[in-house]
Design a protein around this ligand. Structure first.
Ligand code: PGA
Length: 249
């Protein structure tokens, strides 16, 4: 059975005090769930986040990582640095990294390799822009993103990969993909994995949906058979909303 996951991407929000307060709020209201719950605070607050979470069933993950092990890369963070503070999972390929920081498929392939070589897990994000969807190009675009960044991986590597389909036009816009659009794409992604590898591998991969998931639309999206959870931006910044989304799974 593949895992159900609800992950909160806090992006560039919350200072140290706010990070601790939000984690404590979450700990106090965390529902009983069979889903894995993850949060991704900003780099400077990761260490404090790990300590504040303590034994609670919440995993602290990073929003990004550099592909090299160490060296003259001013401002960057390596896998070892993350692991040394107890962070074992990293989000890679978020559309904001692609759009504002020039991260392309070739670079992301290197980052994925670096994470896996360091025994880290990866939440790999991808998805089409509105223009791709309007041009009816969204399936081939998504297929190429997967192929270019992930299809060099061996079967064993995939045990450490979670996919997060995030149509760019739905991120932070209040406009979600309909549950049917999400299901259609997730089914396509699983089929693409089955064609490249096999059905067993395809069935074992958790595919999250991201893009304006809120407490009032989460249940319908999560009810779709190929949607295994969500990557939540804005609504993960309020404990009540994030908990509402966790309850919907
Ligand atoms: P959103 O962000 O929920 O605010 O749309 C999702 C994401 O960027 O992961």
């Amino acid at each position: 059975m593949r895992k159900k996951i609800v992950a909160g991407n806090w992006k560039m929000n919350n200072d140290l005090a706010q990070t601790k307060a939000l984690i404590n709020d979450l700990k106090n209201s965390l529902p009983n769930t069979d889903a894995e719950v993850k949060i991704a605070p900003t780099f400077t607050n990761l260490h404090a986040a790990v300590e504040t979470v303590g034994d609670a069933a919440i995993e602290v993950v990073a929003q990004n990582m550099h592909q090299e092990a160490s060296g003259a890369y001013t401002g960057e963070i390596s896998a070892d640095m993350l692991k040394s503070i107890g962070v074992k999972t990293v989000i890679l390929g978020h559309s904001e990294r692609r759009a504002y920081f020039g991260e392309d498929d070739a670079l992301l392939a290197k980052k994925v390799d670096a994470a896996l070589q360091n025994d880290m897990d990866v939440i790999f994000c991808f998805g089409e822009e509105l223009a791709d969807r309007k041009a009816d190009n969204h399936f081939s675009l998504v297929e190429s993103q997967l192929k270019n960044a992930l299809f060099h991986l061996g079967v064993e590597d995939w045990k450490h990969i979670v996919l997060a389909y995030e149509p760019v036009w739905a991120i932070g816009t209040g406009e979600t993909a309909s549950p049917e659009q999400a299901q259609e794409m997730h089914e396509f992604i699983r089929k693409t994995l089955a064609d490249k590898y096999d059905a067993t591998l395809a069935d074992s991969i958790s595919i999250l949906y991201g893009g304006s998931v809120k407490p009032n639309n989460a249940e319908e999206i999560f009810s779709k058979p190929d949607v295994d959870g969500g990557l939540i931006g804005g609504a993960s910044l309020k404990a009540e909303d994030f908990v509402g989304i966790i309850k919907a799974i």
